[in-house]
Ligand binder design. Structure first.
Ligand code: PEP
Ligand code: MN
Length: 367
């Protein structure tokens, strides 16, 4: 349930409503949306009468029920205002969100050694990337496959950040590693296989770090948003949703099925920013550029692309990794496309600015 207050409501009135709602065993959360204070009420509101809330104050403008099972994640909970996730990096504040430039995240599947991660970071930075990605802890189907270098890889990521100023996105698989990962990562990734690892979601949320939540291999959109709800309910509002392909009946020619329709669907359901990962979705580097461009045209806020200096020798996900040359080419193609859709980003190939203040106005609104 949400309570929308009139503009210029005195704060004492808001406090009064909050106190009353607490007395009814509800958890009120206040946000500012479109110049109005909105009080979101979480808890058992089924028996609560709308008139009863309206009568609390003459400054109550409207009381609405949130019809979805995900409450804090729903667009209604923020009265239709999309949220942003702003991440401080050495290169400045990078914001994921609908009214901000496209954010590019790129790097290898796994951090293999210092030279490769630092060099990859330098290449992707020059092409307009804001974050280096790379796994230290890898979720592999086979227990005999390379599992990642663990903690030492986290330190190599930190070296890549030092060399380039890029932010770090890396995955945590186990609550036991959470502290170490959260200490170094600027954004903590929860991978597809752990999307419904509820203890991990709660504890990762509680670190206060921005969380990148990948869609589970066979997760419905509602299950995905309920997983995001766990993080939001832990008091962490900084969640980015990443579509990375789902299972279907025909996966002979692609690794997964990229569900691009999630972009307009999520725009209707949730305020959270969206990232698309065409690398894990398609599984083949030759398909990545097409789907990356389609994602930009569909209005994604961000892209995650796997890049490896020598994909043939990669310790994981080589077939889907772009070479540095192919990545630079893709960024050259994406720059004007992003600009056309009002999502210019700092690129070696366009004049559009990285900073939010000098971003071009969106010319076409999607979703
Ligand atoms: C990854 O990003 O390297 C990864 C393992 O992704 P996913 O969880 O989407 O499979
Ligand atoms: Mn990978």
């Amino acid at each position: 349930m949400i309570v929308i207050m009139k503009t210029h409501t005195p704060s004492a009135e808001i406090q009064n409503i909050i106190q009353e709602c607490r007395n009814w065993n509800l958890t009120p959360e206040t946000i500012e949306s479109n110049n109005k204070v909105v009080i979101g009420l979480v808890g058992d509101t089924a028996g609560l009468n709308i008139e009863k809330i309206q009568q609390l104050s003459p400054f109550v403008e409207q009381v609405l029920r949130v019809k979805h099972p995900f409450k804090r994640a729903s667009l209604e909970f923020r009265n239709g205002e999309y949220s942003e996730v702003a991440v401080p990096t050495p290169n400045g504040l990078i914001t994921f969100g609908q009214n901000h430039p496209l954010v590019i995240v790129a790097g290898p599947c796994s951090v293999e050694n210092e030279e490769m991660i630092v060099e990859t970071a330098q290449v992707v930075k020059a092409a307009g990337t804001s974050f280096i990605r790379g796994g230290a802890y890898k979720p592999r189907t086979s227990p005999y496959a390379f599992q990642g270098h663990g903690e030492s890889a986290l330190h190599l990521l930190a070296k890549a950040r030092e060399a380039t100023g890029l932010g770090i996105i890396t995955e945590v698989m186990d609550t036991a590693d959470l502290e170490k990962v959260a200490e170094i990562a600027d954004v903590v990734q929860i991978g597809a296989r752990n999307m419904q690892n509820f203890p991990l979601l709660k504890k990762a949320g509680a670190t206060g770090k921005p969380i990148l939540l990948k869609r589970g291999l066979s997760a419905t959109i509602e299950e995905w948003l309920m997983a995001a709800e766990y993080i939001l309910a832990s008091g962490n509002p900084n969640v980015i949703l990443c579509e990375r392909g789902i299972r279907s009946f025909d996966q002979k020619y692609t690794r997964n099925i990229l569900d691009l329709s999630v972009i307009p669907v999520l725009r209707k359901l949730t305020h959270l920013p969206i990232m698309i990962d065409p690398s894990h979705a398609t599984g083949y580097s030759e398909y990545v550029p097409t789907m990356a461009k389609a994602s930009v045209a569909s209005g994604t806020d961000s892209l995650m692309i796997e890049v490896h200096p020598n994909p043939k020798k990669a310790l994981s996900d080589g077939p889907q990794s772009l070479t540095p040359v192919a990545f630079v080419e893709l960024m050259q193609e994406i720059a004007p496309l992003a600009q056309y859709f009002g999502r210019g980003y700092k690129s070696a190939f366009s004049n559009s600015g990285r900073s939010d203040s000098d971003r071009p106005e969106r010319t076409l609104k999607l979703g």
